[in-house]
Write a protein that binds this ligand. Sequence first.
Ligand SMILES: Cc1cc2nc3c(=O)[nH]c(=O)nc-3n(C[C@H](O)[C@H](O)[C@H](O)COP(=O)(O)O)c2cc1C
Length: 199
Amino acid sequence: MQLPDPKLDGDVSLEMTIHQRRTVRSFHSKALTLKQLSQLLWAAQGITEPGGFKRAAPSAGALYPMDIYGAVGEECIEGLNPGVYLYELATHSFSLIQKGDIRRDIAMASLGQMWMSYAPITFVITGEYSRIMSKYGQRGVRYAMIEAGHIGQNIFLQSQAMGLEAGIVGAFEDGKVIQVMGIKSTHEPLLLMPVGYRR
Ligand SMILES: Cc1cc2nc3c(=O)[nH]c(=O)nc-3n(C[C@H](O)[C@H](O)[C@H](O)COP(=O)(O)O)c2cc1C
């Protein structure tokens, strides 16, 4: 699915989004628009260097070991079937990699935090350590985790700036998340972020 171009301005100040940001754990499945999805993915990992490759969040050595997946529910995002999608940043598109609504499975894999399953989309931020360990060795693992935090904060602030809310979940079983998402076993899930409207 090709995504619309992201906007480079907004209605709320950065200071206000920082002030208002909170972890939210109560969502309803009101659908998001493709524009909202586009904006969230761009804030997470969009290319922000015209004609280049640098992304919205910093990366040690500009090696970018991260990927962003999304688990989407039925009638949760305008024009998207339920499934697991991968953000393809080079083309600013969202590719279906597995059909079906797995939001409850992700919540179960997150030690039963069922509140997550009500959000229309849960973003899964993964790191592939080999892409950064080739230069930094074991320290690359730390760098990937730090990068996940930057991406997570971008998702938080972009959600807030659009009148949406986000949650953040670090308590999950890595292997189960990989299994239910149907993603490569080398893509380590580092943070899960349900996003949507607050209930
Ligand atoms: C790395 C990390 C992991 C977290 N994991 C969870 C989690 O599994 N479940 C949850 O409900 N909140 C989780 N949180 C959210 C924290 O509980 C929350 O950030 C904290 O209470 C401060 O509240 P605030 O984010 O609204 O400022 C996590 C936060 C971070 C940074």
